[in-house]
Design a protein around this ligand. Structure first.
Ligand code: 0RQ
Length: 496
């Protein structure tokens, strides 16, 4: 890796992952790079897990968001995590969170770096970040994501760099690193267009701060996307119908406003719908850049995409690596504090498109808690975008688990996004446009357009009785019955 560690003195700090694993002390708080299965340290956590198997201990783990199997999965499997923040999607870790073994801080992704810097999360002992290279000055060239890496490097006294030789050097120049000052010194973030560059193309660091450098040749653990199903295709179709009507009504320009799209199968299907549409000159201001963005570039429909992580499928990664020079012109990675910045999202007028676990008849959204108690993944960036976007759309198939669950319920069992943040709900049944509607009208719009036929009569009956019982109150509910769908599911494994 000597061509990637450009400072001769720093080359003397190259050690094995096992040496770093031995250096880590039980109870340390460690901030790692990584956002989705992109750009997370791999060799060091694998070596750390080996040590933990022989000598059980735990660390607190801070990242950007979810990570790949060599980090969350491996450390959770050896019970090596005491506290975890700010987002995760790993099945083993989810189990540890829901059986009381791991304290999980489910944070807005835009806020997590600041919470760390100002000290609410305690002292950060170490920063461990993946890089494609380290410059002569000690600056770190990140790889496929930025996440919170720049802030963790700034905050920790000791930095360890995992130089990943599978990541192409051409990634250099794809990043724009801007870490805001904290209040009361904060200035406006000077981004007015998705492609504005306002920072440095590297994570600022100095040679003396870098304690160890570890070579790594393990690729990002990206995952395949599921084939697009019929329901997702319908939701994608409804989205285009809705946005085209907005253009026709003069509420949006012909090339729309910058798009934000969540992760997962529905989000992927929605982006695929844009590829087949007549829309052109699109821009994206989002968190995660997936295969759909490459498709848009290839179709000549995308002007620019800004995000914090490049997170394609393995095939998408191959496509990108084959022609980095071409795709680089269209893509930029920023710290998640900036990709998800409420200030910038609001200024650009982003169209936010995220997926819900469940929504209620008034438009409140639960993105995180199954039956109000078990953590699924976390709020991620959905709240950063939902609250501040120009237009906020939430998607959910109308039913889950083969119809045993109605995704639309009388009252959400947990609320991440309140009715005040939600403009539009789309299911495979149709579109509920909630803008300008008071709660009682919102309920009828959702029940009539989005609910599965199996559950429509019972939800309509609940609503009508709630209106009667409360004598037409502002938001009618029968409190004793409001969570009856969930209660029934817990008792009988079905809401029917
Ligand atoms: O489980 O596959 O075992 O059947 O939840 O559901 O429909 O495949 O949807 O993969 O898009 O995930 C909200 C979890 C949706 C995700 C959530 C079950 C369902 C299935 C997954 P099975 P789908 P998705 C920016 C945006 C929060 C973070 C966010 C998420 C599984 O989108 O984590 O938005 N969002 N970030 O069967 C019980 C219900 C259910 C249910 C579905 N009501 N009750 N289980 N399921 N509805 C990106 C980042 O922040 C990085």
């Amino acid at each position: 890796i000597s061509d990637r560690v450009r400072n001769k003195d720093l080359q003397a700090k190259i050690v094995s992952a096992e040496e770093v694993a031995a250096y880590i002390k039980p109870g340390m708080s460690i901030g790692m790079s990584g956002f989705t299965a992109s750009s997370y340290p791999k060799a060091i956590p694998l070596a750390l897990a080996e040590r933990m198997k022989k000598e059980p201990f735990k660390i607190d783990l801070w990242t950007g968001a979810s990570t790949g199997p060599e980090l969350d999965d491996t450390l959770a499997a050896v019970h090596g995590i005491a506290k975890r923040l700010p987002y995760q999607t790993d099945a083993i870790l989810r189990g540890e969170i829901n059986n009381g073994s791991v304290d999980y801080l489910d944070l807005h992704l835009s806020e997590s770096a600041q919470l760390g810097r100002v000290g609410y999360l305690g002292k950060l002992d170490l920063a461990i970040v993946e890089a494609v290279a380290i410059t002569e000055e000690g600056n770190i060239i990140p790889s496929t994501s930025l996440g919170n890496a720049a802030s963790y490097v700034q905050q920790a006294d000791i930095v360890i760099v995992e130089v990943n030789t599978t990541q192409p050097l051409e990634l250099e120049g794809m990043h724009d690193v801007y870490v805001p000052l904290d209040p009361p010194h904060r200035l406006p973030i000077p981004i007015v267009k998705a492609d504005d560059r306002v920072g440095t193309p590297f994570i600022p660091c100095t040679p003396d701060k870098i304690k160890f450098i570890v070579p790594c040749d393990i690729k990002d653990g990206t995952r395949n996307l599921a084939p697009i199903d019929e329901n997702s295709k319908k939701m994608s179709h409804f989205t285009l119908e809705f946005l085209n009507a907005e253009i026709k009504a003069g509420r949006m320009p012909k090339n729309l406003l910058p798009l934000q799209s969540g992760v997962g199968n529905v989000a992927n299907a929605v982006m695929a719908g844009f590829v087949d549409s007549d829309l052109e000159d699109l821009t994206v201001y989002t968190e995660v850049i997936q295969d759909g963005m490459l498709d848009l570039i290839d179709a000549g429909k995308l002007n620019f995409a800004s995000g914090t992580a490049f997170s394609p499928s393995p095939a998408g990664m191959e496509r990108f690596y084959k022609d980095v020079a071409k795709y680089k012109k269209y893509l930029l990675l920023r710290p998640q504090e900036i990709s998800n910045s409420p200030e910038v999202v609001h200024r650009l007028g982003v169209i936010a498109m995220n997926t819900a676990l469940e929504v209620d008849i008034y438009g409140n959204v639960n993105s995180t808690h199954v039956t109000g108690t078990k953590m699924m993944n976390g709020i991620g960036g959905s709240g950063d975008f939902a609250r501040n976007a120009f237009l906020t759309i939430f998607y959910t198939p109308s039913i889950a688990k083969d119809g045993a669950i109605s995704s639309i319920v009388p009252m959400c069992s947990h609320i991440d996004h309140t009715e005040h943040d939600v403009d539009v709900i789309i299911t495979e049944q149709g579109i509920a446009d909630l803008r300008g509607l008071a709660p009682r009208k919102r309920a009828l719009e959702i029940i009539n357009n989005c609910v599965h036929p199996d559950y429509k009569p019972v939800l309509l009956d609940y609503y009508n009785r709630a209106v009667e019982a409360t004598k037409h109150a502002h938001t009618p509910h029968i409190i004793k019955e409001a969570l009856s769908f969930h209660e029934k599911f817990i008792e009988t494994k079905s809401m029917k």
